[in-house]
Design a protein around this ligand. Sequence first.
Ligand SMILES: [Zn+2]
Ligand SMILES: [Zn+2]
Length: 187
Amino acid sequence: MILKKMEILIEQIKEDGLVFKFDKSVETFPVLAEMVANGECEFAVPIRTALRALRIGDMVEIDGDIESSVYLPCNRCLQPFETPLKSHFEITYMRRAADAKEDSEPQEIELSTEDMGIVYFQGEKINLKDTIQEQVVMAFPLRALCKQDCKGLCPKCGADLNEDPCDCDRRSSPGKFAVLENLKLEK
Ligand SMILES: [Zn+2]
Ligand SMILES: [Zn+2]
C-alpha cells in the first residue's frame, strides 16, 4: 500500500497488520530542508520509507526502514562525497486518553518514555512525519569521511593531500585552526 500522507488511520490496521511505504521529497521535512539550505548536505534521492504497523489493544507497534542518500563534505578534505543513509526503527505508539490535556503530562515523563521508544498519539490517526525525519537525521554518519584513509588537507597550505601532495614540512603541524585561517584568507 502506498500512502499519500505520512499518517495512518488506526482503522486501516487490520488484524494481520498494515504494510505500507512512501517516497517523500526532502522539502517535505522542515529540518532536512533546513540542513540543505544551510549547505550541510545535498540529498541525492528522496526519503524512502517502508513500514509495518501492528495493533495491540490501544497500542500500535510500528517498525520501519528508511533509506536515502546524501552528499556530505568530507570531514578531512572537505570534498563532497555520496553516502547512503539507512535506519531501522521500532516505535510503540500509545493512545493517550482523549480527555488528557497536552500539558497534563510533565515534560520529563515525555522525554523518558520517548527514550524507551514510546510515543503518545491522540485520536484516530498517527502522524509519522516527525518520526521519519528524526530517523533520517540520526542516520547521518558522526564522522563523514570520503574514504577511510582520506589524507585530508595540508595544515599549512591547504592542499588536498589525496590529489596533490605539497612540499610543506608537516612534522610540526599547527593543527586544524591554521587550515581554517588559510581558507578564510583565500576567500
Ligand atoms: Zn576526504
Ligand atoms: Zn602544504
